[in-house]
Design a protein around this ligand. Structure first.
Ligand code: MOS
Length: 753
């Protein structure tokens, strides 16, 4: 088969926009891509965590002697002997630093909290050693769930967004409404389950540390470790070339990763610590539960008059992270009165943290259901209602969007899905097998962010090039899309471009999170490449032996290994010739990127989309299957349509899991999770995943960043959950207001189904 990507590229020498396959794909499928746990330095020991079986209290006894007597066990690290840290893991220097439980005392703050680490010659011996510890506890009653303790008001949610935000007078808006609707929606605790659990291979050499561990934010991780261990960040080398998923759980350095480093220091040998699957449920974050109450009003023409969105959400008893579920309601729909607020409630759980589309996922699930219910009550088609009410300018701030192709998303998605033939009333469609069929829609949205980053680019006399940045690829395709940006910036062929990412020794690559990884690292790379080209242009245009002499910096552009005159591309000189004449083997440049405050003050920046879902429901058993999903998304410039589609598919599949499967169930007596494993914590498998289409809606955003690109990693979840719930109603006539929607939700109301 011809390499379509290569042919397309050669047409114009342009990499951006081409559906290049994954640069590291061959390494991955042949097992040559080294993940953290694949690394086995000489003298390696294996560490396994023992975790708490209670959710609140103290550890009173561990049978350390029995574990240490076991063949192969080298040492057991407990609060009695664990290295003391230079900084208390409970200290917070800023709101972006989270407390961790790393054997500094014997208290237990949640089930599955680490209480000891057994270090042994083999993984088996360490695992057996853990079983021999037989912990005893002084247990206190667990406080679990949204009603487990008193709710309290919040100042900030998520990464520091205000807990309250609004405009206008809600009560007046409701009073003047022709149609009013109020409902409460609940979303459960959800736990990140990347294929690759957190793994750490730590090697100390004096005060120098080499670490193989997956990280979505290498520079932040370096800083956190430096603080805890009292060493210079420059002495810490973190290697994280490949991540087997992250979803936010690997964004901030976690307690178990710190324990791996402590264990290596404790025994004076390299140590590998890999979380068992069930240990992912607690010490590395999760999405907190929410209970969201919405009150809405619409006038007789279907225009929103009021939108109130109040959220109650769980956090731990020892730290603060609050799911920012109400933020979406601040910018998506144009109501003259908007009020959003958040309250917190503490539980004996590990602290929640960012989890793919934090806030937007549960928040838009509730919002899209409530909007749908209001539309139906007002006698309108739910899509027409959204077209009537989506915001053209951000209602609270009054800022225009940097660009907004939402109308196109609605239109293209609806056309592809066939929305026009949808009957208005529920329970009108059946398939050939007698299953109830329903169609639903949801609006998708996610902020377009960017973080500070730096990059270095080098062009060599042999026509090859190299770009270095400590960016992270957690599977989203950064290896590929960043190389495409680099190749175009330098005007070299994609295949002649070496990219190096995934190491803390490289210039800081910012964060692979907030759907901002490509904008963040890509912008820095773009500027580094531009710096190289500028220097090269200066060499050529000031040298009378060059055909570009006198062309001026702004008058030349990079093209296929040459600089050419912008006004006459036939006149130019190869990089090799320019460098050779200057006696240079290579030339390098630097670039940096980050948020642009003046643009952010002038514009609201978001990706947008619309998702259409078809479900089929068994009328006797209430079993729900998603059978079709069509998403149409606008996210500015598309660097690689193959990678972008893949991100949308992943987000939409996550939406299926959110709507129908994911639910961490806690035993209210013990506080322990009853399904902390992938057999009982359900995520969509192949049989659950329907026919999915993702339409890439063209959008030109001149303001968002230098490349005009927006994030694609998280938005796919946001419209999908509501679309599925609304389709379930359309199939059955039952409004499910608690996620995940399970068959018993439908059977509990037999009259309805
Ligand atoms: Mo994501 S929750 O920003 O990794």
């Amino acid at each position: 088969m011809p390499n379509v990507a290569a042919i397309e590229r050669s047409r114009h020498g342009s990499s951006i926009g081409q559906p290049v396959t994954r640069r590291e794909g061959h390494l991955k499928v042949t097992g040559q891509a080294g993940y953290a746990a694949d690394y086995n330095p000489p003298g390696l020991l294996h560490a396994v965590m023992a975790v708490s079986g209670i959710s609140r209290g103290r550890v009173t006894h561990l049978d350390v002697a029995a574990a240490e007597a076991h063949p192969g066990v080298v040492k057991v690290m407990t609060p009695a002997n664990a290295p003391k840290l230079a900084k208390s893991p409970d200290d917070k220097d800023h709101g972006f630093m989270f407390r961790m439980n790393v054997l500094q005392n014997d208290s237990v703050r949640f089930a599955n909290q680490p209480i000891a680490v057994v270090i042994a010659e083999t993984l088996e011996a360490a695992t057996e050693g853990v079983a021999l510890l037989r912990p005893r506890y002084a247990e206190e009653p667990a406080r679990i769930g949204l009603d487990g303790s008193a709710a309290f008001a919040l100042q900030a949610v998520g990464a520091g967004a205000p807990a309250k935000g609004g405009i206008g007078d809600i009560e007046a808006g409701l009073a003047e409404a022709a149609t009013r609707f109020e409902a409460t929606y609940e979303t459960p605790a959800q736990y990140h389950n990347p294929l690759e659990p957190h793994a750490t291979v730590a090697e100390w050499d004096g005060d120098k540390l080499v670490l193989h561990t997956p990280s979505q934010g290498l520079t932040m991780a370096q800083g956190r470790i430096a603080g805890l261990f009292g060493i210079d960040p420059a002495n810490i080398l973190i290697k994280s070339p490949f991540l087997g998923g992250g979803f936010g759980a690997k964004g901030l350095f976690s307690g178990p990763q710190v324990l791996g480093i402590m264990a290596a220091r404790f025994v004076g040998r390299p140590v590998k610590l890999v979380l068992r699957r069930e240990q992912m449920f607690g010490p590395v974050g999760h999405r907190g539960e929410t209970r969201q109450t919405l009150r809405l009003g619409a006038d007789s023409t279907g225009g929103l008059t009021a939108l109130e969105h109040n959220t109650l959400t769980t956090t731990s008893f020892y730290d603060d992270f609050f799911e920012p579920a109400g933020t979406t309601s601040r910018h998506l729909y144009a109501s003259p009165a908007i009020a959003t607020s958040h309250e917190g409630v503490r539980a004996d759980i590990g602290t929640p943290i960012f989890m793919r589309a934090p806030g937007e996922a549960p928040g838009s699930a509730a919002l899209e259901c409530a909007i749908d219910e209001l539309a139906v009550k007002a006698g309108m088609d739910p899509l027409d209602f959204r077209l009537r009410n989506y915001a053209e300018i951000e209602p609270i701030t009054g800022k225009p969007f940097s660009s907004k192709a939402l109308r196109q998303c609605y239109a293209q998605g609806a056309a592809r899905f066939g929305w026009a033939s949808r009957p208005r009333a529920p329970r009108q469609m059946r398939d050939d097998d007698g299953l109830l069929v329903g169609w639903g829609v949801g609006t998708a949205t996610f902020p377009a962010m960017i973080f500070p980053s730096e990059a270095r680019a080098v062009l060599r006399v042999d026509g090859s090039a190299r770009v270095e940045i400590g960016a992270q690829d957690m599977g989203q395709g950064a290896w590929t899309s960043l190389a495409q940006i680099a190749a175009d910036g330098l005007g070299v062929d994609y295949d002649k471009l070496d990219l190096e990412i995934g190491s803390s020794a490289l210039p800081t690559g910012g964060i692979a999170g907030g759907s901002a990884g490509t904008a963040t690292a890509g912008s820095a790379i773009h500027h580094a490449a531009a710096d190289v080209i500028k220097k090269l242009a200066a060499l050529a245009t000031s040298d009378e032996r060059s055909p570009l002499f006198g062309a001026g910096n702004s008058g030349v552009v990079p093209r296929d290994g040459r600089l050419v005159r912008q006004d006459d591309e036939s006149r130019g000189e190869s990089y090799a010739s320019i460098l050779a004449r200057a006696g240079l083997a290579e030339i390098d440049g630097k670039g940096s990127a980050g948020p642009n405050p003046s643009m952010q003050e002038s514009y609201a920046m978001h990706s947008h989309g619309a998702v259409f879902a078809e479900v089929k429901v068994d009328p006797d058993f209430g079993q729900i299957r998603v059978t079709r999903l069509v998403g149409a998304f606008a996210a500015g410039r598309i660097i690689n349509p193959r990678m972008v589609r893949s991100q949308y598919y992943g987000g939409m599949i996550w939406g299926v899991g959110f709507a129908l499967h994911e639910h961490a169930a806690a035993d209210p007596r013990s506080g322990r999770l009853m399904n902390a494993n992938l057999a009982e914590y359900h995520v969509p498998v192949n049989a659950d995943v329907p026919l999915i289409e993702a339409i890439l809606v063209e959008e030109h955003d001149p303001h968002v960043n230098v490349l005009g690109l927006k994030g694609v990693g998280e938005i796919g979840i946001t419209g999908t959950v509501g679309a599925i719930a609304n389709a379930v109603w359309h199939a059955t006539g039952v409004r499910a207001r608690a996620f995940p929607i399970t068959l018993d939700t439908l059977l509990e109301r037999p009259g309805d189904i």
